[in-house]
Structures are given as C-alpha cells and as structure tokens.
Design a protein around this ligand. Sequence first.
Ligand code: SF4
Ligand code: SF4
Length: 441
Amino acid sequence: MGSAVFKGGIHPDYHKEITASMAVSKMKAPSTVVIPLQQHIGAPCEPLDGIEEGVRVKMGQKIADSSGFVSAPIHASVSGTIKTIGAYNHPLGRPVKAITIESDEQEEWDEKVKPPGNIDDLSPDDLRKIIREAGIVGLGGATFPAHVKLSPPPEKKIDCVVINGAECEPYLTADHRIMLEKPEEIIYGLKLMIKALGAEKGVIGIEENKADAISVMEQAVAGEENITVAPLHTKYPQGAEKMLILVTTGRKVPSGGLPLDIGVVNHNVGTAVAITNAVREGKPLIERVVTITGSGINKPANLLIRVGTLVSDVIEVCGGLKEDTRKLITGGPMMGLAQPNADMPVIKGTSGILALTDQDVYIAESSPCIRCAKCVEACPVQLLPTSIAQAAEHDLFKKAEKLHAMDCFECGCCSYVCPSKIPLTQWIRVAKAEIAKANKK
Ligand code: SF4
Ligand code: SF4
C-alpha cells in the first residue's frame, strides 16, 4: 500500500485505539437542546416567522434560515416547546443567538420530512436544493455549506470528487466508524455528488492506520467503474484539503486558489452519509457522530448525538470527567478549540469532545527561537512559521502578509515541533486576523 506523499507534516501520538473499536451508539435525545443559529461558515440564520418562545416544533422542522447563498438552514433536533431565543455559549468562543427547545419526548417528525420522490428523476439542481434544505454542512469540522461546494461556477468544470476518510486528527474515530458501519451510504452519497456536479469519477482517501476501513470501502466500491479507494500514508495533516487532493489526484491547489480551480470538489465521509439521508429519506441534518475520548473521560465512546445537545449532557452519559481533567477541547487536539467549560451545545461541526488530564497536557514556558528550522520543515504548505510569528509579535502585519501568512491553515504542526515551545500557530492566527481586518477596510 502507499500513495503520493506531501512535504512536511508530523507523526503525533494518535491515541485512536481508545475508541476505534467502539461501534457508534445512539445517545438518547436530551430533555433540552440549545440550537445555535450559526453552525456553518457564512451568513448566520434568523428564526423563521412564527418561531418564537412558547411555540411547539416538530423534529426535523426548519426553524431558522438565511437569504445568504453561503449559509445552511437549521432544524429542530427534537419535538417540543421553544423555551427561549437568545445568546448562548458557542464552541467558537463567543455567545451566539440560539433556540432552546424543551423536548416533549414524543420524537414526532415534521410532516415535511419525507422522501423527495424517484431519485433517478432528480436533476442536479433538485439535488442541490434538497441538500441545501437539509442544512448539510461539511461534517469534517470545516462546516462549509455542502450545496455551495456542489454549485461551482459554469466555467469551472469539475471532473473529480474526493471523499475525505483520512481522519488524520489524533484521538478522533467518528469517520473511521462511519466507514466501517455505513459504506453503502458513503458510496451512494458520493454518486449523488458526482451527479450534482456532472463529474466523472470519485476517490475516497483513507489513512493506512485504518486498514479495516480501507478493506470495507474497497469491497463497497468493487464493481464501481469510476470510484476508487486511495490508501494514504498516516501523517498529519493528511486530511487537510490541499494535502488530501494532492495525494489522491496528484493535482496541486494553487496558493490563494480553491479545489474547483483544478477540477476537484472534496467532501467528508460523514457529509456523504448526510447527503444520502437527505436525498433518500428527506432527513435534515439534526444529528451527527461524535467521538468522546481522552484520558479525562470515564467512558469513551462514539455517539450519534442530536445537534444542540449540551456537551455537559454528553459527558454525563460518558460517565463524567476524571478529577484531574485539565483541558476540554471540541474537535481534535491539533485543530480543535479549547473550551472553558462544558456549557455549550454540540453543533454540526463538532467531530469530537476531548478531555485531557495532567498526564497529557504539557504546559511549557516558551524560550527564544534557536533557529533550528524544524517549524519550516514541518509546515505542509512550505511557509516560514518562525518569521511570520516574529512579524506578528512586532505588529508587522504587512510583512506577515508578504510571507504568505494567509496560506496558513492553522494545522498546528509548527507549534508541535518547536523545541522552544513558541506558540507559532497562535501568533500566525493573530497575523491572519489583522491582515483580514486591514484588507476589509
Ligand atoms: S504555518 Fe500554518 S500551515 Fe504551516 S505548520 Fe504552522 S500552522 Fe500549519
Ligand atoms: S521550530 Fe521553534 S526554535 Fe526552531 S526555528 Fe522554528 S520557531 Fe525557532
């Protein structure tokens, strides 16, 4: 086995054995869900007319939407009564408007949730409309609205759909389990994407540390003429868009460009399943698979969780946190977000809940750069992390921009390898925010 290799990257401890063999189980819907109106990249949603406190809603009912093209509607994940509409903690850091629903435990589906008819008769436009109305966003964590990626401008001919089954983030095993348990749905979702885009072929990239998933997916594509499985070296960040496309297709996304510039659209395995559920059954995205893991979790698991379930409720179901838990993260340890507490909801982009104890959290004082160039070697997009970070530290944001800070996708490899423990990624993030602010002006 083996594939093309991208330059740079790292080999962190993966810790996937904690949950890799645990089948996905369905978490019972909680008594209350808090559903933020911003769960995607793009315009936030607003409650629909008639969606107000005291109103009863059904499961799968659309409750918020936006007229922005880059946006995805939001649906009720339980049936019950709207208790409040107002700001609530959000995994991205600052409070966001959210609709809180108290479940009536009836699990009554909205009557609009039904199969959209004969699938073979659906046109590419019909598919895009169904996917948009189902509120599907990229479930790998990027949360880009799925229908937008499936609507390239006419001059951009897409020939290949790349499905991301790399799951290169340490600890996370949600995508691994989805590949083992839902291979047919993944392939079907991929075929729907190929149809929506008028593409010719599809490829599913999977890291070699998931040999069982490679074998299951290879069986699932047997007999498919235009779909292949690409086993990939295990190296972080193999699942990052540019790396994944390079190693599965040999094509390089240009600096500042998009995959569609080179004829490619990529989606995550979980997104493919969500698309299948929407097109076959009319089901909107109201639940997702989340890995709950780390040395601080008493009972690690892969759970199918309703969007809007509080992280604190999830942790309780998983036996609570160990006493010496030091850090709580939503997502993985490399690109996830450290959280001050568990009082926030699981959103469409929550791939993991990670709790780490003292044994896994190493907090070190940083020391001056020793110019070892390890950060440069590790950067998968060949930046000079140390120079960009130094520019940011001295407020030299124009210089940081010239050093291509905006090409940094915050993978964290540079910080990980730095022997001086300099928080390079954090500094580069500061530079990116300042450059974006200046360019907006
Ligand atoms: S500079 Fe950005 S892209 Fe390069 S290693 Fe650091 S975080 Fe990753
Ligand atoms: S890895 Fe750290 S010490 Fe080495 S050059 Fe980069 S910033 Fe300096």
